[in-house]
Ligand binder design. Structure first.
Ligand code: NJP
Length: 265
């Protein structure tokens, strides 16, 4: 991709205070994009803002936002439009997981994951859709997961949220095809971020998958390379995605053979 493609484009990233979101922000800044960074941790956003402004001399705005609060989403996006005018790319990245068997998941945990991963993502998307459709340009990038393709034990609720994200993303892509608005789903496997501080309290899963954990910088580079291109889906690592292709064809066999691996949480 031409490195100039993102120059002076306005890119909004949710969940930008750490992990993949922060890495995506760094790479976008390096390519000359103007950024709007959103998350609940304003202090972390401000630190990143000052680092990026100093290093890359780009415009960086930050807003505190809990994406699960629909009213806050409306207010913050109104402020964003007032501040920067138009949004060229929205990266819906904010999300979290709690790895627990279904019978142990509390209703607060279930609602919490759906409110952030699904409803929050849809709320932010709704804020940009009218203007992107009207302008007939823009790109919406949704961070889903390989868990949105294959559901595994102990991630019943998290997988359900990411299946929802993928379903929504696929329909959205078709709805927007005639409006020249691009839609990309990102489905990574495990990535070495703070995600697991919440998801995997015992550290068992992290220990078991350590050898094939992706680095956040690598995932971010694939996401940024896809910006303003017609990339349908990013699946990482590639071999893990082969698993989901085989799963669709032979689900029963796959579940039987994969049992030991799937239970490694
Ligand atoms: O996780 P982490 P990742 N409102 O914990 C923010 C998906 N994924 O970078 O609000 C607004 O380092 C939080 O900020 P703060 C995953 O499902 C991951 O790995 O300040 N923001 C932070 O910036 C998620 O969708 C793996 O606490 C909220 C960010 O989200 C995305 O990748 C594998 C928020 C989370 O950063 C980024 O996760 C996979 C809220 N209510 C998919 N709640 C993986 N790591 O293995 C959280 O397949 N945030």
């Amino acid at each position: 991709m031409g490195r100039e493609l993102l120059k002076e484009k306005n890119i909004v990233i949710t969940g930008a205070s750490g992990g993949i979101g922060a890495e995506i922000a760094k790479l976008c800044a390096a390519r000359g994009a103007n950024l709007v960074l959103l998350a609940r941790s304003l202090d972390k956003l401000q630190q990143l803002q000052s680092d990026l402004q100093q290093k890359y001399h780009v415009s960086v705005d930050v807003f505190q936002l809990d994406v699960s609060d629909t009213n806050q989403v409306k207010e913050v996006f109104k402020q964003i439009f007032d501040t920067i005018g138009q949004i060229d790319i929205l990266v819906n990245n904010a999300g979290f997981g709690i790895f627990r068997e279904a019978h142990k998941a509390t209703m607060d945990e279930i609602k919490g994951m759906f409110d952030v991963n699904v409803v929050g993502l849809m709320a932010c998307t709704n804020m940009v859709l009218p203007k992107m459709r009207e302008r007939r340009s823009g790109h919406i990038i949704n961070i889903a997961s390989q868990a949105g393709k294959i559901a595994t034990p102990k991630s019943s609720v998290y997988s359900a949220t990411k299946h929802a994200v993928l379903g929504y993303t696929n329909a959205l892509r078709m709805e927007l095809a005639d409006y020249n608005v691009l839609v990309t789903a990102v489905n990574p496997g495990p990535i070495a971020t703070n995600f697991f501080d919440i998801a995997d309290e015992q550290g068992t899963y992290v220990k078991n998958v350590q050898r094939y954990m992706l680095q956040p910088e690598y995932v971010a580079s694939k996401v940024v390379d896809s910006m303003l291109t017609k990339t349908r889906e990013i699946n990482l690592p590639r071999w893990m995605n082969m698993g989901s292709v085989v799963y669709v064809l032979f689900p029963r066999l796959f579940e039987r053979l994969g049992k030991r691996v799937f239970n490694s949480k």
